[in-house]
Design a protein around this ligand. Structure first.
Ligand code: FES
Ligand code: FES
Length: 155
């Protein structure tokens, strides 16, 4: 066990864990962040996506020791239910979620892209989402929501 310092949604926290534990488990089991989901556990579905130092990463295959001291953002860090972040509002406007299981990962992938490149094209948005799978088939609504947010981000 080791004490690992993290910065999650702007808050400094420490966890006393095996440093090889996947970040996903720490977020969910130690820090009560339920937005990143366990889908495949193999880095292949995107359900566990969070933003670390501006990059969308798969938290299921990222040891917590690899993000020690880094800025980690989960969906919980984007606004509140009463005052949703514009990207979340775009998802609501387009009713993008069906079961919702994949959606946090989708939002984080799109946000990371548009934070880095507010001028990202629809093609680039689609490419950023290529690793985010949705078994409900909500992709078309997700793309519409992402494009709305992209337009707002550019403005
Ligand atoms: S649970 Fe991490 S990519 Fe599938
Ligand atoms: S909305 Fe159900 S898996 Fe994507």
């Amino acid at each position: 066990m080791s004490t690992v310092p993290l910065i999650v949604n702007g808050h400094a926290v420490t966890v006393d864990v095996d440093p090889s534990t996947p970040l996903l488990y720490i977020l969910r089991n130690n820090l009560d962040m339920m937005s990143p989901r366990f889908g495949c556990g193999l880095g292949q579905c995107g359900a566990c996506t969070v933003i670390v130092e501006g990059e969308a990463i798969r938290s299921c295959i990222t040891p917590v020791s690899a993000v020690e001291g880094f800025q980690i953002t989960t969906l919980e860090g984007l606004g509140t239910a009463d005052t949703p972040h514009p990207i979340v509002q775009a998802w609501i406007d387009h009713q993008a979620a069906q079961c919702g299981y994949c959606q946090s990962g989708m939002i984080m992938s799109v946000k990371a892209l548009l934070d880095q490149n507010p001028k990202a094209t629809e093609t680039e948005i689609r490419e950023a989402l290529v690793g985010n799978l949705c078994r409900c088939g909500a992709h078309l609504r997700v793309i519409k929501a992402a494009l709305q947010y992209a337009q707002e981000a550019r403005a």
